[in-house]
Design a protein around this ligand. Structure first.
Ligand SMILES: Cc1cc2nc3c(=O)[nH]c(=O)nc-3n(C[C@H](O)[C@H](O)[C@H](O)COP(=O)(O)OP(=O)(O)OC[C@H]3O[C@@H](n4cnc5c(N)ncnc54)[C@H](O)[C@@H]3O)c2cc1C
Length: 408
């Protein structure tokens, strides 16, 4: 039987980061990826903040960057636009994920493509102490014996399902087209425009040479593509050509690409004997704009460090891996506060949303406590009923969606 210290399930940003940091810490690591290649099909708007890159001690090669961007512009139903200036990137996400895996492999990780994990069995010793895993599935390399598993399998949450951990996640659907001839000024445009994306938002995420991801998330999964088509039809994007992304094979009919995103918050259980869940598999996404790559990268590294410390103490019990849960709970922003703000936001009418927006400064990224008091007074003066609509929690959730709070 093949053996290693750590099996990482999935080669997305969470798995790539976990494998890179496990290998850097000297653990023999295998990444098992169900797909025949890393990163495709892309299921992401592809933006990542500079802070996420800095946080992870990464230095991105130019070929994985589709555009250097200045930040996010939030656009409200009456076209009022407010900026959240903080630098970042639009990636060629599949190339980014491949690069991350290559970096992990350079420091010793093994990548096995076309290896789908379907079975996980824990082995305990005669004193009922967790000893190791036997991992099985579809692929030539199985079965594999390992000391620890990092589940980075994304929204499918493979370990939680196989082990019947009793935690479910709710998801939202997101789709996008690749469009061409779309001009940009270096900002990602996020349209809070319920007419075109109920309980979600529409984005225009620009890339070099006029390329752009134009997409949306909405709770109305069945209607998602229709909403996106009407947004394009009714806006400046109407005449712009739609194309297939370059990673799709020639001859395939042009169609949107996307996937689902967990939106019910972190799973109640993110560690078990010999097991840590990271990224989407753990339910880690930023609730307002649903970014998850930063959280996946961070949690991948944290999982690696926790497992390294546990292996040193020869104790991989769920208790010994507990510091991982403690770490993310004390580092990630308060999920429920952001969710409360998001719910309040979607309870506002278009007109209320626009009034609130007009009370905000043009730049949302650098508000002092005094600015915030002044905004509160403006809202109180112009539309006091907005207070009853919990508008302050809406503003808080914007604040918590910045890069420093893992928003992107
Ligand atoms: C439409 C859309 C737009 C988005 N836009 C953004 C954005 O702009 N910025 C952002 O930060 N986030 C965005 N997200 C969210 C982001 O894509 C995810 O949060 C992020 O990719 C999570 O990384 P991960 O490594 O946890 O999981 P994933 O990227 O999903 O990777 C999981 C990997 O595990 C593999 N796998 C699954 N099951 C198995 C198995 N049984 N055995 C082996 N391998 C398996 C999968 O094939 C996959 O490669 C978006 C999501 C969607 C759907």
């Amino acid at each position: 039987m093949k053996t290693c210290d750590v099996v990482v399930i999935g080669a997305g940003p969470g798995g790539g980061s976990a494998a890179l940091h496990c290998s850097r810490l000297g653990m023999k690591t295998m990444i098992l990826e169900a797909d025949p290649e890393v990163g495709t099909p892309v299921h992401c708007g592809e933006c990542l903040s500079q802070l996420a890159v800095d946080n992870l001690d990464l230095s991105l090669p130019e070929e994985v960057i589709a555009l250097h961007v200045k930040g996010i512009r939030v656009i409200f139903p009456d076209s009022t636009a407010k900026k959240l200036t903080e630098p970042g990137y639009v990636l060629e996400k599949h190339l980014f994920e491949r690069w991350l895996c290559e970096e992990a492999c350079k420091v010793g990780a093994e990548l096995h493509l076309h290896h789908k994990v379907t079975k996980m069995e824990r082995v305990y010793d005669s004193e009922n102490k967790f000893s190791n895993w036997i991992i099985d599935g579809k692929g030539d390399y199985f079965p594999i014996e390992c000391k620890a598993v990092i589940d980075a399998s994304g929204v499918s949450g493979v370990a939680s399902k196989i082990l019947d951990m009793g935690t479910e996640v709710e998801v939202i659907a997101g789709f996008q087209y690749e469009m061409n001839e779309v001009e940009n000024d270096g900002y990602l445009d996020f349209y809070l425009w319920p007419k075109y994306s109920p309980h979600g938002y529409v984005w225009m995420i620009p890339k070099k040479e006029g390329r752009a991801n134009v997409g949306l998330v909405t709770t109305d999964k069945k209607g998602a593509v229709k909403y996106l088509d009407s947004f394009i039809e009714d806006t400046y994007l109407k005449e712009k050509p739609v194309a297939n992304p370059p990673w799709r094979s020639d001859g395939i009919k042009i169609r949107p690409f996307g996937g689902t995103i967990p939106i019910s918050g972190p799973r109640a259980v993110t560690v078990g004997d010999g097991l840590i869940l990271v990224g989407d598999a753990a339910g880690f996404t930023s609730p307002l704009f649903e970014g998850g790559s930063h959280l996946a990268l961070w949690s991948g590294r944290e999982a690696a460090q926790t497992i390294r410390a546990a292996i040193e103490k020869d104790d991989l019990s769920s208790k010994a891996l507990g510091p991982y849960e403690k770490a993310w709970k004390s580092t990630f922003p308060p999920y429920h506060k952001i969710l409360k703000g998001k719910t309040a936001l979607y309870n506002l009418s278009d007109q209320q949303m626009s009034v609130m927006a007009r009370c905000l400064p043009d730049e949302l990224g650098s508000m002092s406590p005094l600015d915030k008091t002044w905004i509160g007074m403006k809202i109180l003066f112009r539309k006091p009923t907005l207070f009853a609509k919990k508008v302050i929690s809406v503003l808080l959730s914007f604040g918590y969606s910045r890069a420093k709070y893992f928003g992107w």
